[in-house]
Structures are given as C-alpha cells and as structure tokens.
Design a protein around this ligand. Structure first.
Ligand SMILES: Cc1ncc(COP(=O)(O)O)c(C=O)c1O
Length: 436
C-alpha cells in the first residue's frame, strides 16, 4: 500500500471541496428556452405527422452556425479552409448542407471517408491513428480529393509503399501531438517533426506539405495558442527551403459552443465527492456553468498568434476542423410521455440508445414540455424505456405539468449524440426536417 498517497488524501479532499464552481443561472436557462417555446407548434406538428420519438434536423440553425464560424476567421486571416468533423454528426443532411456552405469534410475512418466521397465532397482531410491498409488505399484511390494527415512514422512508410506501388502522388500533412497533451496516441512528438519531414522528402510520391494538431474541449484558445507557439519555435530554425514546403497548418477543432458547458454538479469532482459523502442524489439537481469564449474571441486571439508565430516566417493556408460548434444546434429530439408512475416520475417512449451514451447523467439539458408550455421548472424524473437504470433524460421538466401523451423537447442534440446512436433494445428514432 502506498502510504504517502493515503497521507495526502485529507489535503486532496479539502482541495476538491474548496473548488469554486459557478452555478448555472436560472435566468440563462429561461432566456435559452424562450426561442424553443415560441416554435412549439412547428415541433408538435412534426410529431402529429411523423410520430414519436423523432430526431429533428434544423437546417437554418446549421447554416447560421456555419456562416458565423467562417466569417469570424475569414475576416482576420488571408487564407482559411473549414473542414467539418463528421464524427460529431454523421447524418448525410448535415454534411450535405455544409458542403453547400463551402466546408470540406474531416473524416477519421474508411466508413466516414466513403460517406464523404458519396456526399460529393472534393475537399476531404483524413486524420486519425491506426489507419488500416484498406482505409489508406481508399484515400489513395481518391487522391485528387483527399489529403491524408499522417499519424506516425510507421504510417508514413505504409502510405509511401502504397503510393509507390500505384505511382500515385498523394497530398499529405503530419499530425503533431500538442506538447501539453496527455494523449500520446495522436500524432508524432514535435521534437521529431524535422526528422519526419526529412524522411518524407526521400519518398517520391508523398507530397508532405502541411502540419495538423487538435486540442479538445477548448473553452478558450489557450491550448491552441500554446501549441501554435511551440510549432513556431520548432520550425523557425528550419532552412527557408524546408519551411516554404509548409502549405497549410491545420489547427483542428475542439471549439466549445459559446453557450458554455452546462453540467450537473454530480459530474464535477466536487459534486462526485459530495454525493459520496452525503449519500444523496441532491447533486443531480444542481447545475454548474463553465463559460466559453465567443468564436470571435477565439478567431481574434488565434489570428494574432498565427500571424506572429507562423505566418511571419512564410505564407500558408490555415485549416480548421470544427465539429461540435457547428452542429450542436442542428438537431433536437422529440419524445412522448408514455407512463406517469408517480407525481414526480414519468417514462418516455425513447431510450438513451438514441444518443448512444449516458449523457444526461453528466450534462444538463433542459427538457421542455411542448404540450403544456410554461417557463417554469417542475421536479420530475424523466426516464427512458430501456431496461437499465442509466436510461435517464433528466431530473426536471419545464412546463405546467407532465402527463401521459405530452411531447417533450430535448433541445440542441446535434453534437456527439446522433453519430453515437445505437440499436439497443429500442430502434433509433428517424430524422425529419424542421421547415425553415
Ligand atoms: C482530429 C479531430 N479534429 C476535429 C475534431 C472535432 O472536435 P470538436 O467536435 O470538439 O470540434 C475531433 C474530435 O474529436 C478530432 O479528433
């Protein structure tokens, strides 16, 4: 037993309990809900026409986000390309709409690559660790439309062998592990970049011309800025002939939506600890708010940093791979109450297999009773119909009351829900479009 570790426990507990968290203000939730309540008849008519449960695709919201994102970066940087990270929402309507908004697609597997090709994308970046030979072959067969973001020295050799055997030239970049990252599985360490670049230079058919990194869950641009500065320091001493080969720098995605992160206290370290110490589920009912910077602030700070540390030594295109920020508001879920078992306990007609994970045990999403609208929250456990106690939609509902037959809205379920859906006990809800 490590006694040192045990000696530290009281201090660690105290540190966690002293963490300051910001409660999610009720006024923020109220303001957020008004827009949905105003559109309640549009949502209700979809259920009348198509049944329940349903995924609702909100094309207008998606287009608005895509344009806002583009605009924020385009006005500050000379050459910008946006690639939508398909993993965040893989419905063809989402990718298809974004293609018409001048987005390319960022794929992370052969399946996603096939879908991107079928959607007609001609600007595709393919990143991710452990690409298999069939996946790399598919990229090479479509070399005119795909840039491969190479993840390791081994992958460079496998790709080189493939393109050599087919005498096909492929455009490529290399993924760098952000120096601050604990995740070693993505990319190569920065100190080996020069060696990688020189090796690629010896391989006839691999046109290595870009760098990529990705940091996740950025509530502000600090992690991206730190990585850009580190890359700048690394390439600064390179000979000009080598630096000028860098045609693009892809700074990844991970932009947190400006609404901020809405969490149940039970999902924070302090909330988890209090749940254990108090033995109640009270922490499920309280909410924490983590603010996120508006996209314009990300754009301003990143553009300044890029100009100073990268573009000052040579022009290159800046690529971005946003997922969550773009599609978060592009889908909503509609559910219907089937059973009221207690005053404060109802069962709905969909299970969390529709979103693929136990999202609502950690994230707070206000449930809106569209059938009995009121900007008033009533405590009521809303549970799904799967045979698992983790099938939870929420601990409260916004409305006058909740009764069997009522239609509930789970707003803004566009990111990392639809693409994680699974056939488990219940089938997955179908997708219908909200009229603009
Ligand atoms: C390489 C890469 N790019 C982009 C994204 C999209 O991230 P987000 O949806 O947070 O913007 C991810 C997400 O995991 C990723 O791994």
């Amino acid at each position: 037993m490590n006694t040192d570790l045990h000696d530290d426990i009281p201090a660690q507990v105290e540190q966690i309990l002293n963490e300051t968290t910001k409660p999610l203000p009720e006024s923020t939730i109220r303001a957020y809900l008004e827009g949905f309540v105003d559109r309640r008849l549009d949502f209700l008519s979809l259920v009348t026409e198509h049944g329940s449960p349903l995924y609702v695709f909100d094309e207008a919201a998606l287009r608005e986000r895509a344009r806002t994102f583009h605009r924020a970066f385009e006005r500050l940087l000379p050459r910008v390309s946006c690639y939508f990270a398909m993993k965040s929402n893989n419905h063809p309507l989402v990718s298809g709409t974004l293609l018409t908004e001048n987005f390319g697609l960022d794929v992370s597997s052969g399946v996603e690559l096939q879908a991107a090709l079928a959607a007609g994308a001609d600007k595709i970046i393919f990143s991710g660790p452990g690409k298999t030979l069939p996946e790399l072959s598919l990229a090479v067969e479509n070399a005119g439309r795909v840039t491969v973001l190479i993840d390791s020295f081994g992958e460079l050799e496998r790709l080189a062998e493939l393109v050599r055997s087919r005498s096909t030239r492929i455009r490529a970049g290399v993924r760098i592990t952000p120096p601050s990252s604990e995740w070693r599985k993505f990319g190569i360490p920065l100190y080996r970049l020069c060696q990688f670049w020189q090796r690629a230079g010896q391989l006839e058919f691999v046109n290595l011309c870009g760098l990529q990194f990705h940091t996740s869950w950025n509530h502000g641009p600090a992690a991206q800025i730190a990585t850009i500065k580190a890359i700048g320091r690394e390439i600064q001493p390179w000979p000009r002939s080598m630096r000028s080969q860098i045609e693009f720098l892809d700074i990844g995605g991970g932009f947190w939506p400006d609404q901020g992160e809405w969490l149940l206290n039970a999902a924070t370290p302090k909330g988890r600890l209090l749940s254990i110490l108090n033995g109640t589920d009270e922490q499920n009912r309280q909410r924490t708010f983590i603010a996120a910077e508006p996209i314009e602030v990300f754009a301003e700070q990143l553009a300044r940093c890029l100009s100073e540390h990268i573009l000052s030594t040579g022009a290159c295109e800046i690529c971005l791979e946003p997922g969550r920020w773009i599609c978060n508001n592009a889908m909503h879920l509609l559910l219907t109450v089937v059973d009221k078992k207690e005053d404060d306990l109802v069962i709905v007609d969909a299970g969390i297999n529709a979103v693929g994970w136990e999202r609502f045990e950690s994230d707070y999403v206000p449930l809106v009773n569209l059938s009995r609208p009121a900007i008033k929250e009533i405590p009521c456990q809303v549970l799904g119909s799967l045979c698992t106690p983790h099938d939870v939609w929420g601990q409260a509902c916004w409305g006058e009351n909740v009764l069997p037959g009522d239609v509930l809205l789970v707003p803004d379920q566009g990111a990392y829900t639809y693409s994680l859906r699974q056939e488990f006990i219940k089938s997955v809800p179908s997708v219908v479009s909200l009229e603009p």
